[in-house]
Design a protein around this ligand. Structure first.
Ligand SMILES: [Zn+2]
Length: 113
């Protein structure tokens, strides 16, 4: 039988009974986020995180705030852009179609050798 990974019992850890700055109890949703943050998981989906979100949700948060604050500039050297670019090239890597892209890649490997 498959081992059960969850329990109906109340979790008792350092975050149990956390109070907000004004002394009122913190909501269970906020405590859930603190637990994920402490374990280094994405606050939205629970995947391994970069900062507080995974790459997908870091990008989502960035674009959401860009719209909200009406930002025009893009800081291309920031982590979310760099990692976004890397993940694109990695995804295209092995199953790349023949053509310009493959030739450019073979040239790059020839230079490296
Ligand atoms: Zn996520």
């Amino acid at each position: 039988m498959k081992a059960k990974k969850w329990s109906r019992k109340k979790i008792v850890d350092t975050f149990t009974g956390t109070l907000k700055a004004d002394g009122t109890p913190m909501s269970r949703q906020q405590i859930h986020m603190l637990r994920k943050k402490a374990r280094g998981l994405c606050l939205t989906c629970g995947a391994p995180a970069i900062g507080v979100y995974c790459l997908k949700h870091t990008i989502a948060a960035r674009e959401r705030m860009r719209r909200k604050l009406k930002y025009r500039r893009r800081l291309r050297n920031s982590a979310s852009y760099v990692l976004e670019k890397q993940s694109h090239s990695r995804r295209r890597g092995p199953q790349a179609s023949r053509g310009r892209l493959t030739r450019a890649k073979s040239r790059a490997t020839a230079k490296a050798a």
